[in-house]
Design a protein around this ligand. Structure first.
Ligand code: PLP
Length: 377
């Protein structure tokens, strides 16, 4: 995919906000607690390498990614801090991870046994974090016998460096604590079955940390908070209050490329879902669903100059149209998504509009949109 550098559209990322969010979180940590910056999925659409470099400056102790390729990207960019792959890595790539000093999550005993034989063959040692499925139903150990057998396999085993034990919460962003507490109890049970003492026992994501869930975690896997977004993702209720100040880093901007008048009865866009009921001024913006700005945004108000204007007609693959209150010049700035958290077109409000969450809307923004960085330092 080529980034479109010859059209006026970009995802802008405030690097000062990224650094500040991490520094604020580090100030909030318990004594001895570390921050691992979660930069999976191209740092939630913000650009993994740039965000990782800022995270190093801001004092992060390591990184989490979802897939091995994302870890290798960071290594190739010169990042030497620990990197943990949170997802399941195919057994055949475990040696590649070991060679690159990348830590892998262990999903189950079978994976561990198969990886062990590869590591013996290749004479390598792999850093690992044992995953516990305490209630996400996703990856990790959930049966005592299997977990105990894994511990026995790992005891004094030169092919493995057991760095961590971790679990992931399904509802750390909820004000109802019961499922969360059940998961804590499940996880504590597995902690007691450990035969090895890992360096890091960790459970906190952004939500568990910034909503002060009071559960022991040697490191915080800090994801959405880096990007300045409140992890509450329930549009039906107000955001929970965060213990630290978060500043959104991402905005999505473009410009008007055409402005023209359409007359009463004329339609806009495919299917003519919008018909002008009087003469109207229509502006065209050169972004569309191929950039990840999905068709569901039809009707959403984006900022053109100083006015919030509705998107009219269906969003096309590469263009969309807005209804302007008065004639504006070609080249007028368009803010599709604002980094002002109280703006009507904040990422959070945009996500609510399309019945989604800000995590998803940020990730959808495609590589065709160049990332532009400002506040470099
Ligand atoms: C993505 C992820 C995180 C980070 O979650 P945020 O809500 O973005 O802080 C932490 N841990 C695991 C296992 C994850 O998959």
């Amino acid at each position: 995919m080529v980034p479109g550098i010859h059209r006026p559209a970009a995802v802008c990322v405030d690097l000062a906000a990224i650094r500040q969010n991490i520094q604020e979180e580090i100030k909030h940590l318990a004594p001895g607690q570390k921050l691992f910056a979660v930069v999976k999925a191209n740092a939630y659409g913000h650009g993994a390498v740039r965000v990782a470099q800022e995270a190093v400056k801001a004092g992060a102790s390591g990184f989490c990614v979802a897939i091995l390729d994302e870890a290798l990207e960071l290594r190739q960019a010169g990042i030497v801090l620990p990197i943990l792959v949170l997802g399941v890595t195919p057994v055949k790539y475990a040696s590649l991870a070991a060679v690159n000093g990348v830590s892998l999550a262990v999903p189950n005993l079978e994976w561990l046994k198969e990886v062990e034989s590869n590591l013996i063959q290749d004479q390598l040692q792999l850093k690992i974090h044992l995953a516990v499925d305490s209630g996400m139903g996703r990856i990790g150990f959930s049966e005592d016998d299997e977990f105990i057998a894994a511990n026995e396999l790992l005891l004094n085993n030169p092919n493995f460096d057991v760095e961590g034990l971790f679990t992931h919460f399904a509802s750390a962003d909820s004000s109802d604590d019961s499922y969360f507490q059940m998961q804590v109890t499940r996880f504590n049970h597995f902690k007691k079955l450990l035969k090895i003492k890992p360096k890091w026992i960790h459970v906190d994501n952004t939500a568990a940390s910034v909503f002060d869930k009071k559960v022991h975690s040697d490191l915080v896997r800090f994801g959405i908070g880096i990007y300045g977004l409140n992890p509450s993702s329930n549009p039906a209720s107000a955001d929970l209050e965060t213990a630290i100040q978060l500043k959104p880093a991402m905005s999505f901007v473009s410009e008007l490329v055409q402005v023209h008048t359409i007359h009463k009865g004329q339609g806009v866009g495919y299917g003519s879902t919008y018909i002008a009921d009087e003469d109207q001024i229509i502006g065209t913006v050169p972004v569309g669903y191929a950039d990840g700005f999905i068709r569901k945004f039809q009707g959403f108000k984006i900022k053109v100059g100083s006015e919030y204007c509705p998107i009219v007609g269906r969003i096309c693959m590469d263009q969309l149209m807005v209804q302007l209150p008065y004639e504006m010049a070609v080249g007028t700035k368009v803010v599709l998504i604002s980094n002002d958290p109280v703006a009507p077109n904040s990422l959070k409000k945009a996500a609510d509009y399309v019945d989604s969450i800000h995590y998803e809307v940020a990730c959808l923004l495609d590589d065709r949109l160049p990332r532009k960085y400002y506040n470099l330092q």
